[in-house]
Every structure is written in C-alpha cells, then in structure tokens.
Design a protein around this ligand. Structure first.
Ligand code: CP
Ligand code: NVA
Length: 305
C-alpha cells in the first residue's frame, strides 16, 4: 500500500476526515476515563523537524507519542545536518530507514512536498508558510464537540489570508460548511486555493458585515512567523480587523470563537476576548493532542473503529 502523507486536508477524503474527528473524540474520552492506558505504538518513533518555533505542536506530538507507548525525537536544523546543507531528500531517505513517521514544521510547502516524495514513511505537515492542517483537525473537533455536526454551518475568518486561512478554506470544502473570509485588501488568501473551494467560500471586506449570524468566528496573528519585520505595516493594514466581544454579539447565539494561538491581545483580538465564555481556545489547544493521536494512529495503523 502506498505511504499516506498529511500535507494538507485534501490528502484525506471527507469520509476519512470525519472518521478522524470521531476517533479523536473517542480517544479523548478514553484518556479522560482510563488514563493513558492505550499504547498501540510500543517502541515506535516519530521524528519531529522544527525549523520554526512551537509550543502546542511540539508538546502535543511528543505527549501523543509518549502516551501511545512510543517516542518522539525533536530535531532542529541548528544541530542536525539539515542545517549544514544535507539535501532534504537524503534526510527523508535516512529517517525512513529508522523512524515510523516524520512531522515537519518549516517555511516552504514545496520543500515539505519534496521531503514527502522521498520518504517511505508517513510525513505530517506541522505548519508551512501555506498550510496548518493539524490545527484544523483540532478546530473542527472542538467545534463538533461543542455544537455537533458542522455541516452547513457558517464560519468566519477575520484577518490575514495566511496558512491558517488556507487550511480553513480547505476545511470548508472537506467538512462541507460555509466560510466567509474577511481580509483587508492586499492580504487575501491565495486565489487558486480560494477558487478551488467554489461557492463554499466567500471573500468580504467588512468584518462587521462578515460576522452577522455566524456560528463560528476565528482569527490569527497579523504577522506570522517569518513576517516579523512587517509587524508595524501590518498593524496599520489590519486596523478595524480586531475581533471583539461586540462582534461576537452580532453573530448567532450559539457562536464560538477559536484561535490557533499564540494570540496577541490588543492586536487581532481585544484584551479580554479570551475570557469570554464563547471563546473555547484552551479546549481547542488541548484538542491538538487528541486530534494528532487520531491522525498518527490512522497513518500508522489504519482505521481501528
Ligand atoms: N497553534 C500552534 O500551532 O501553536 P504552536 O506554534 O505553539 O505549535
Ligand atoms: N499563522 C501563524 C500560525 C501559528 C500557529 C504562523 O504561521 O506564525
């Protein structure tokens, strides 16, 4: 059987993704009920290559492997041969000889694809400049846990048309919900990604109009990792795009607020938004653990339910 990778949400079918969400919720309940007694990965290893910083992604993958009875190896370009110019294809071949799966957080999505082509073990995208699909597994899981099926609902993305926005667009396609993307001009998502989503996704300019009657509102930092020098210019461009409690009041009564975190209070969100009961970001962050366990299990062992 060909090796399955998870580079974007489009690598899995809608049916497989729906299974992953159900399985993640079931794994979470199992952990809360019985503790970390389910250990399907005895002696299995995951290599984790981090070319950008991380708190949630590293801790959730490392904890997932430990609780499943396996082990995760943290690899940074600073102290591996990757940082000294060893070709990524060679690294992929070498790691494939030793580990059971590889997780990569990097800049170039094309670089990730090159790595995956050369790898004979599953490769997981843990964030590139273009996508962050693992975050969307946790986000859809959280939305489902709180409100049931997301099919036909309306989510709103406010802010930068960045890697998270692209993954929300793919999620709208795969999980069959409507997405309103609201960005200032000049910060739109990739038009090809937008276009491929057809009429499930609409592009708007006015955040107040975008949030009307929405079931979910989400945003992200204005300057992503690698864009630090654009911070001041972006703060000017995104004025008026801060998500506030008043915006949530314009949405549906059942509205939830999600943020992949880290958040910048006083920039993309108001100082107090994360204290609002409609914000479920801590549950969302915790769900990274369960969603990634379901993903790792699926890629290594196939369906178990
Ligand atoms: N949301 C997310 O991926 O967080 P980290 O950058 O801390 O991993
Ligand atoms: N868009 C952000 C997401 C961080 C999890 C970034 O790429 O820095």
């Amino acid at each position: 059987m060909a090796t399955r990778h998870f580079l974007t949400l489009l690598d899995l079918t809608p049916e497989e993704l729906a299974y992953l969400i159900r399985r993640a919720i079931s794994i979470k309940i199992g952990l809360k009920t019985h503790g970390p007694t389910y250990t399907p990965f005895t002696n299995r290893t995951l290599a984790m290559i981090f070319e950008k910083s991380s708190t949630r992604t590293r801790v959730s993958f490392e904890t997932a492997m430990a609780q499943f009875g396996g082990h995760a190896l943290f690899l940074s370009p600073r102290d591996t041969q990757l940082g000294r110019g060893e070709p990524i294809e060679d690294t992929a071949r070498v790691l494939s000889e030793m580990v059971d799966a590889v997780m990569i957080r990097t800049f170039s999505h094309t670089g990730l694809e090159t790595f995956a082509k050369a790898s004979t073990v599953p490769v997981i995208n843990a964030l590139t400049d273009d996508y962050h699909p693992c975050q969307l597994l946790a986000d859809v899981m959280t939305w489902t846990e709180c409100r049931g099926s997301v099919k036909g609902k309306t989510a709103v993305w406010i802010g930068d048309g960045n890697n998270m926005c692209h993954s929300w667009i793919n999620a709208a396609r795969q999980f069959d919900f409507q997405l309103r993307v609201c960005c200032p001009e000049g910060y739109d998502p990739d038009p090809a990604i937008l276009q491929a989503a057809g009429d499930r996704v609409t592009l708007l300019r006015d955040p107040q109009e975008a949030v009307a009657d929405a079931h979910l509102i989400t945003t992200d930092v204005w300057a992503s990792m690698g864009q630090e020098e654009e911070q001041a210019e972006r703060e000017r461009a995104f004025a008026g795009f801060q998500v506030t409690e008043a915006m949530l009041d314009k949405a549906a009564d059942e509205v939830l607020f999600l943020h992949c975190l880290p958040a910048h209070r006083g920039e993309e969100i108001s100082e107090t938004l994360l204290d609002d009961p409609r914000a479920v970001v801590w549950q969302e962050a915790g769900n990274r653990l369960h969603a990634q366990k379901a993903l790792l299990e699926f890629l290594l062992l196939g369906r178990v339910e």
